[in-house]
Design a protein around this ligand. Structure first.
Ligand code: PLP
Length: 410
């Protein structure tokens, strides 16, 4: 153990390091493609108009800032359950699970908080510590799971040389793992690759999950970013609900976040839901979830969850407005993705993978040397894995960016 006065310097966060270097750069054409937070066509962050309206309503409504319960308000929990599992009356299996009291939902400190809480929970109660995560995955997954005492290990996911899923080796690497391992799956818009399993591939993975008795943990940070419609992006959850109702799997857990799809980043508003075996099992799980959360942060923040409550409250008619706001955000990302594709030189490099990717990122397949050259020669800042956050691209810089990329791949 290090002595107090010998605490070593921790390595800087890679993405924040990029932003710092970007701020210092004096080139007026500089572009920041590091951070995965939405920017409009003028490069500015936004507040969703529906969220702004909800805040105005809240301003008139709120008379106190009391604590919410440890796992959030019942209203918020029910909204999340209905929104995701019942798919607003479109998933009979999810509805059955809700009606039978087989879903325990807690508000959490956004998606990261939800991942940490479930990781602690699994470490405390689940039979295996091993958690299989896709290679590559969001870097914080590995950090969260390690810190919670789980043992993350990669399963094959993406072949960078082919810029495509490596599905055969994905399956064989899962099959080589011990029974009852936990397996992390991205619900949609896989970060960083933007490439998701097809519904048929999902079925094959779900079969492996059953054969190996794996525990599915689903991370859904980009619900709505695949199709523009959050109700359409939950095909994988619906498949899981059907397997639970058919008795083929007993349980799974879902980490969800409103950071991206409602633009509530700093409000830290998300949830964890655990599918249980019975209403009695739910009681036990909920009580243990409370016991786990209470000594960490006592109860979650309330501003973001109240915004969600207002948006889903029928009397204010904000739900269609929010869905429209989200669709516009996703529409811009898709337009920029196509514009970038159009401007790229396809004579020396195949860029078709860009068109298959969904969500906030373009996973270019560029090498770290090429990314560094983009930074040094063109003031284009991105992580060295070649992931570009589309948010940083707009009508004003897409041609400059494409030209820079065309130069570095020559
Ligand atoms: N999961 C994935 C894959 C993410 O990309 C992110 C954010 O970038 C999160 C979870 C958590 O985000 P937040 O804690 O802001 O909700």
């Amino acid at each position: 153990l290090n002595k107090w006065n010998e605490i070593p310097l921790a390595p800087p966060d890679k993405i924040l390091g990029i932003s710092e270097a970007f701020v210092k750069d004096t080139n007026t054409k500089k572009i920041n493609l590091g951070v995965g937070a939405y920017r409009d066509n003028n490069g500015r962050p936004i507040i969703f108009p529906a969220v702004k309206e909800a805040e105005k309503i809240l301003y008139g409504l709120e008379t106190e800032k009391e604590y919410t319960p440890i796992i959030g308000s019942k209203k918020y929990q029910n909204i999340v359950k209905n929104f995701i599992f019942n798919n607003s009356n479109k998933d009979p299996n999810g509805k059955k699970l809700i009606d039978e009291g087989r879903i325990v939902t807690s508000q959490t400190i956004s998606g990261t908080g939800s991942l940490r809480v479930i990781a602690d929970f699994l470490n405390r109660f689940y039979s295996s510590k091993k958690i299989l995560v896709p290679k590559p995955t969001w870097a914080n997954h590995v950090a969260v799971f390690n810190d919670a005492g789980l043992q993350p290990e990669f399963y094959n996911y993406y072949d960078k040389s082919a810029n495509d899923l490596e599905f055969e080796s994905l399956k064989s690497s899962l099959l080589s793992q011990p029974k009852e391992s936990i397996v992390l799956l991205h619900a949609c818009c896989h970060n960083p690759t933007g490439l998701d399993l097809t519904p048929e591939q999902q079925d094959e993975v779900l079969q492996i999950i059953q054969d190996k008795s794996f525990y599915p943990l689903v991370d859904m940070a980009y619900q709505g970013f695949a199709s523009g419609d959050p109700y359409k992006d939950i095909g994988f959850i619906r498949k899981l609900n059907s397997l639970v109702v058919d008795g083929k799997i007993n349980s799974y857990a879902l980490c969800q976040s409103f950071a991206k799809n409602m633009g509530l980043y700093g409000e830290r508003t998300g949830s964890i839901s655990i599918i249980t075996e019975s209403a009695d099992h739910s009681k036990a799980i909920e009580s243990q979830l409370k016991k786990l959360i209470r000594p960490i942060y006592s109860s979650p923040p309330i501003h973001g969850s109240k915004i969600v409550e207002v948006i889903f409250d029928e009397q204010y008619q904000l739900l269609p407005k929010w869905l429209g706001d989200l669709d516009a955000v996703v529409g811009r990302l898709n337009t920029v993705r196509s514009k970038l594709y159009e401007n790229l030189d396809k004579s020396s490099y195949n860029w078709d993978h860009l068109l298959k990717q969904r969500g906030m990122f373009v996973y270019t397949g560029l090498t770290s040397e090429q990314v560094i050259k983009l930074r040094n020669d063109y003031s284009v800042y991105a992580t060295e894995d070649g992931r570009f956050s589309i948010s940083g691209i707009n009508d004003g810089n897409v041609e400059y960016l494409a030209n820079a990329i065309n130069e570095v791949i020559k």
